[in-house]
Design a binder for this molecule. Structure first.
Ligand code: XMP
Ligand code: MG
Length: 184
């Protein structure tokens, strides 16, 4: 999918494919340094983190296992419900593991602080967070995010895994939507 496929639904490209790739190179190098000599269990948060997970782990030299969790804190709209539910739990026992949570975006930080507490209660050796995007609201919550791709303005974004009503996840870039899309 490219900007032309979006027609007039696309307001603008916030992060290009090239910008994302370059930043992932940096994050992967940092993760390799930090986890040297260790094995990592990377936990991707479905569905949004699929793209960043796939692109990040392929850049790592560190041996990884991959597992997935699905949680829900948002409906199909753009506002946080404040309620987190596990839709799909991990298959892996976290006892003694180095866990790296991979997220698409941190907005209020609500989802992540809940997830962090949940995974920490399972006896891992360590839990860290890597997120592709972070919005300003996340600063209000006391979650220590070790790896951040980009700090972005407080706008609703789509693409590179992120959706609006399950659409636009397959855009290779991160973009903003034209207002008329939301008022359908
Ligand atoms: P909180 O507020 O708990 O929210 O940090 C994290 C989750 O909210 C969704 N989210 C977005 N999804 N574009 C999206 O497609 C956005 O701009 C956006 N902001 C938040 C997302 O599911 C994320 O995991
Ligand atoms: Mg998400």
């Amino acid at each position: 999918m490219d900007p032309v496929d979006m027609g007039d639904d696309l307001a603008g490209v916030l992060l290009s494919e090239a910008q994302i790739a370059a930043r992932l190179d940096e994050l992967a190098a940092q993760i390799d340094r930090d986890y040297a000599g260790k094995a990592v269990l990377v936990v991707g948060v479905l569905k949004g983190a699929v793209m960043v997970m796939a692109d990040l782990v392929r850049r790592l030299h560190t041996p990884v296992q991959m597992d997935w969790m699905a949680v829900s804190s948002y409906g199909s709209g753009t506002k946080s419900s404040g309620v987190v539910r596990i839709l799909k739990d991990l298959d892996t026992d976290l006892t003694g593991r180095h866990v790296l949570i991979v997220e698409d975006i941190i907005d209020s930080g609500l989802t992540l602080s809940w997830l962090l507490a949940n995974l920490r209660s399972r006896g891992p050796e360590s839990v860290e967070i890597a997120t592709m995007l972070r919005k300003p609201g996340a600063a209000k919550v006391d979650v220590d995010v070790r790896y951040v791709g980009f700090d972005i303005p407080n706008e609703f974004v789509v693409g590179y895994g992120l959706d609006y009503a399950e659409k636009y996840r397959n855009l290779p870039f991160v973009g903003t939507l034209a207002p008329h899309v939301y008022s359908h």
